[in-house]
Ligand binder design. Sequence first.
Ligand code: IMP
Length: 408
Amino acid sequence: MSSSIVLGAQWGDEGKGKIVDLLAEKADVVVRFQGGANAGHTLVVEGRKIVLHQIPSGILHKPCTNLIGPGCVIDPTALLEEIADLRKAGIEVTPEKLKISDRAHIVTPFHRFLDRRQGGAIGTTGRGIGPCYGDKIARTGIRMDSVLHGTVKVTYENYLSLVMTDTTFGDQTDAFNRENSAFLASLDSVIPFIGDTQTMLFAAYKQGARILLEGAQGTLLDIDHGTYPFVTSSNTSIGGALTGTGVYLPMETRIGVAKAYTTRVGNGPFPTEWSEEFADQIRVVGREFGATTGRPRRCGRLDIPLLQNACMVNGFTSLALTKLDCLSGQTTIEVAVGRDSSGNPTYKTLDGWQEDITSAKDFDELPAACRAYVEFIEKELATPISIVSVGPNRSQTLFRGEAKGVVS
Ligand code: IMP
């Protein structure tokens, strides 16, 4: 019996997909507990790129059960597309392997429409996430159980009659009607996947299952602990795992995933952002374009104070540092280590390294300056860095200390 959690320590896109996938191999159950189709977990499996949005990464492993918890918001149309894409890639997706909580809220075309119209200032993904969580909190949302009970269409019609006015859509009425028809047509196909994930998860835990909780987005996008209002609408940090599953799990292993530098998509503060010219270089090397929207990500230096905060919020037992290979070729590397009296970052300059590290097989094979970079971060955060990623493939992962026991 064990439970582990993987969470983003920055603004999302830290490379959680790869880390979760490695751990999922050893898990009996993988659970998503917040967010929805705004997430994009990119995995490279046997050279093939797979992007998961709403479905837990355990779907790639045959014996694994995958649960989408009550804290998630699910877009049925997008979910069916994701299932179809996985099946096309030869991955089995059955109601035995995948269950969605009957208490998860449904993202409707109306939520997507509102998000596209109102989400510009925040730079949202346009997937309807904020408006859907807004309805949940306002107690006007529509849950998956209404699909099971056959009441969803009437509930949705009533909902629309409340929220829509003659002027709501302007010239977009036809587009909305098309999205609506697709939405209503998709609902019956989702029925076999809906169930009581809370009871299933608790039963699995009691029976000694190895459970992996898969976070989406990152700590700085948490609705309560992030850079509000430039955040997503769910609790992306550890508290979200308790409310979003409805089961107390001890989560003995709590892995925070951080990039060796920092990125963010969407608007909002980014104290250590690089100049556009330098960011352009890293963006190309690091393939820094959103997995969900394709937007170029903003890039900047590693920010130790923000990571210290993420360690405090989540109680990470260890960290996974990803994309270290993307920093090769720099003479020096700046890392933010504090803030001055005006709140601006203060930097420490570390030595860079020139070598390509993508084929390193062991941490000790890395150039001395590269190892010193990792060890510096570890010391500043007082948290071991147990996984170092030097490329997108599973094989480009170096394990240190306790991770050798956890993963291998
Ligand atoms: P929303 O989650 O679509 O409402 O977007 C709110 C903010 O969170 C925006 O800045 C998005 O760019 C950001 N965001 C949402 N999901 C992700 C993600 O998976 N990775 C990175 N940023 C995300």
